[in-house]
Design a protein around this ligand. Structure first.
Ligand code: NAP
Length: 494
């Protein structure tokens, strides 16, 4: 069906949000609230509870008791899996509500949410429900005593604090909650203060699916207060964090006193290497969506495009033309490719980088911040050619629809530039030479390498960073390593 013929969904009133503690929705103890705003209309959407450290303590106490007393942590794997499968089904049933919330709250195109994000989220619950039923225990013999058996068990960690950012609010929550619950842990979710709306709906899904009280808790409130309470509490066993490298470093330091288990999904400045022998059309598409999907507010955005010198001029011209044609608009409109920037502070930060780019490189597309219907935090798809790799726009995470284009001479030069960053989250190589693609994939220091593509994800594919992009893996069976611990039982059979 042509996009013009698809009726656009409409904004709707969203009820005010509360905290979920021990299976009950309630206001913050001191009654405080905070506002969440629609970046398209710049109007208030609703208010949510603004928790204090006392509320965080109440959630920690509820979660701790739920873990210690069961039934979740002791439930048969099959019964836990049934509840997780139910959560997956409820997510799919409620996709329209979730998609409208994410569009209003962070400007994510409704269509992308329905086509890509929700299938991934419900897929995560189904994948980890399956993993919950997988055999996780082992039995071994020693080589020297025939009466001795070694039994290994994988047990849940306990209370998991999940702290998530605003750029993919639902997806990055599900990638923590699904494996945490599947392994028998209990969770306390602290979503980003700017985008709490899908977190509220997900917590309701958990209740409706039959997750027992105290097993799933939701605390909305400032990261400096709630995140701090979670990471410093001796009764929280693990922090699963996605966010900026600076806050991640802070959490690592603050978790040291309680030897906290932590996984860190941090920032990125991912190189997309385009060789002259690449299929030009496909490479242009991979580069366009690599940086401009979700308006560049993507940790794995292809935010440094490295182009072989012999095709550099042609690529710059054609890529810039694509960027100039990018459709900005209301994320609820099916024709929209780039919605508004999620928050005013990010919008201003990105525009600062645009000005910096104008001084240090050659602007070939975008650079403007148009209002649509007189409103909205929109920034055009912006391209800077003739950038060097050591500019601020080439080294710092802009986290918006802005990209430097950098020429390279040969394979060695490409790999040198690609790895010349403190980050190591993702990367891509566009070439028709499979041998070269695999050779370079070996040498790139990044947790994900996309060959002749970009933005591919699947619940069974491990995801995470190298270097200052973090440690630990989400998704895939590997994620369960980060939500379980091994116990070794030595049995003397006599
Ligand atoms: P952020 O500022 O680090 O915030 C992330 C979360 O941490 C929010 O819930 C925030 O709460 C909380 N927080 C803030 N200060 C805290 C503190 N002192 N202690 C504990 N928690 C604290 O990151 P963001 O701006 O929301 O997200 C963008 C960043 O996330 C980018 O750097 C991006 O690359 C990264 N990211 C990484 C991945 C990945 O998988 N590697 C994926 C997506 C995004 P408040 O909202 O209340 O401040």
């Amino acid at each position: 069906m042509p996009l013009d013929a698809i009726p656009a969904p409409v904004r709707k009133p969203i009820p005010r949000g509360q905290l979920l503690i021990n299976g009950l929705w309630r206001d913050a103890r001191d009654g405080a609230t905070m506002v969440t705003t629609d970046p398209t209309t710049e109007a208030e959407i609703t208010t949510v509870a603004r928790a204090s450290a006392a509320d965080a303590e109440a959630a920690i106490a509820a979660a701790y008791d739920a873990f210690e007393t069961g039934p979740w942590s002791r439930m048969r794997h099959e019964d836990r899996a049934k509840i997780l499968f139910r959560m997956a089904d409820l997510l799919d049933d409620r996709v329209d509500d979730f998609a409208i919330r994410e569009a209003m709250d962070m400007g994510m195109p409704y269509r992308d949410f329905c086509d890509v994000i929700m299938p991934h989220c419900s897929g995560l619950f189904r994948f980890f429900a399956g993993q919950a039923m997988a055999h996780m225990d082992g039995a071994y013999r020693t080589s020297y005593e025939s009466n001795i058996r070694i039994l290994t068990r994988r047990e849940p960690l306990g209370v998991v604090g999940a702290i998530t950012p605003w750029n993919f609010p639902l997806a990055l929550t599900c990638s923590k909650i699904a494996p945490a619950l599947a392994a028998g842990n209990v969770v306390i979710h602290k979503p980003a203060s700017d985008t709490p709306l899908t977190a509220l709906a997900l917590a309701q899904v958990a209740l409706d699916a039959g997750v027992p009280e105290g097993v799933y808790n939701l605390i909305t409130g400032p990261g400096g207060v709630i995140g701090d309470a979670l990471v410093k509490s001796p009764r929280v066993d693990k922090i699963a964090f996605t966010g900026s490298t600076s806050v991640g470093m802070n959490l690592i330091r603050n978790g040291a006193d309680t030897v906290k288990h932590q996984t860190m999904e941090l920032g990125g400045k991912s190189p997309n290497i385009i060789f002259a022998d690449a299929n030009m059309e496909a490479a242009l598409q991979a580069a366009f969506w690599g940086i401009f999907w979700n308006k560049g507010e993507v940790c794995v955005a292809g935010s440094r495009i490295l182009i072989e010198r012999s095709i550099y001029d042609e690529f710059v011209e054609r890529f810039s033309a694509l960027a100039r044609d990018a459709v900005l608009g209301d994320p609820l409109d099916p024709k929209t490719q780039l919605g508004p920037i999620a928050t005013k502070s990010e919008y201003e930060k990105i525009l600062g980088y645009v000005e910096e780019g104008k001084r240090t490189a050659r602007l070939t597309a975008g650079g403007g911040a148009p209002k649509i219907g007189g409103k909205g935090l929109f920034i055009e798809a912006t391209v800077f050619a003739d950038a060097s790799n050591d500019l601020r726009i080439s080294q710092e995470e802009i986290f918006g629809p802005v990209v430097p284009l950098i020429p390279f001479e040969d394979e060695e030069d490409a790999i040198r530039l690609a790895n010349a960053t403190t980050y190591g989250l993702a990367s891509g190589i566009q070439t028709s030479d499979l041998g070269r693609a695999l050779r370079l994939a070996d040498r790139i220091k990044a947790g994900t390498v996309w060959l002749n593509t970009w933005h591919k994800y699947h619940p069974n594919a491990p995801f995470g960073g190298y270097k200052m992009s973090g440690y630990g893996r989400e998704q895939g069976a590997e994620a369960l390593e980060n939500y379980t611990q091994y116990k070794t039982v030595w049995a003397n059979l006599g």
